[in-house]
Design a protein around this ligand. Structure first.
Ligand SMILES: Nc1ncnc2c1ncn2[C@@H]1O[C@H](COP(=O)(O)OP(=O)(O)OP(=O)(O)O)[C@@H](O)[C@H]1O
Ligand SMILES: [Mg+2]
Length: 235
């Protein structure tokens, strides 16, 4: 079943008098439960595309559908609610909330969008803290963490609501080899257990190697699509 569908999506950023065409016409269809990766040079439009799929921004032209809902037609409130219930984000710059602890950052989406009792929240959070290896740091604040530790908190926060779709912008860029594989393993488990769909933007060959489909972006367009047969068969 199709989860993400894009039709001739274009995005221009306008800075003063200057128009920057970041996406020049993207057509895309991604099924539920897939592990998809976007690769391409810096500035090719990967983050812009993830933001549009995640209803964080609206296209200049074209249509974006998630679960057959046209998301650019929603008002702000509806789209925030839809996002909170269906989509987990791992941002390129983490976007952790500085005044909240590690534990509270992961708890935040559970409180904001899902009315879950505190004891159930605690179990979910403790479980994920252990999986990303951050249990000992759970009472620290983001400013007290290394880049890799912040990234692991961002991963746990994105997964804690068990969203249908996870959009991950360079989720392993600051992680050492072992932690990166742990994080990828955690995502694989979620895909198997909940049919979670993962869309990555990454340069990391570890993720690219695990992806079922790899799309190459160049200058605002998808220029290549490659299916990774080996991964597809074993899953
Ligand atoms: N908020 C913005 N305002 C203006 N221009 C922007 C903005 N965000 C991105 N751009 C421009 O849009 C184009 C695509 O940027 P984008 O961030 O999507 O690339 P990217 O593929 O994610 O790059 P990277 O690999 O460096 O993260 C670039 O030319 C960039 O300069
Ligand atoms: Mg980017």
């Amino acid at each position: 079943m199709e989860l993400v569908h894009l039709e001739n999506v274009k995005k221009d950023y306008v800075i003063g008098e200057v128009k920057v065409p970041a996406l020049k016409g993207i057509d895309l269809s991604i099924d539920i439960g897939r592990f998809i990766s976007f690769v391409g040079p810096s500035g090719s439009g990967k983050t812009t595309l993830l933001n549009l799929i995640g209803c964080l921004d609206k296209p200049t032209e074209g249509k974006v559908f998630i679960t057959n809902v046209e998301i650019n037609r929603m008002d702000r409130k509806t789209s925030a609610k839809f996002r909170g219930n269906n989509i987990g984000f791992i941002f390129q710059n983490f976007n952790l909330i500085p005044v909240l602890t590690v534990y509270e950052n992961i708890e935040y989406p559970l409180i904001m969008v899902q009315n879950i009792p505190s004891e159930v929240r605690r179990q979910k959070i403790d479980n994920l803290l252990a999986k990303v290896g951050m249990t000992e740091q759970k009472n620290k604040y983001p400013s007290q963490l290394s880049g890799g530790q912040k990234q692991r908190v961002a991963v746990a926060r994105a997964l804690v609501t068990e969203p249908k779709l996870v959009l991950a912008d360079e989720p392993t860029a600051n992680l050492d080899h072992d932690t990166a594989y742990k994080v990828i393993g955690l995502m694989h488990d979620m895909k198997k257990e909940f049919e979670t769909t993962f869309i990555f933007a990454t340069h990391d060959s570890k993720i690219v190697g695990e992806a079922e489909v790899v799309y190459t972006m160049e200058d605002g367009l998808i220029t290549k699509m490659q299916e990774n047969k080996k991964t597809g068969e074993t899953n």
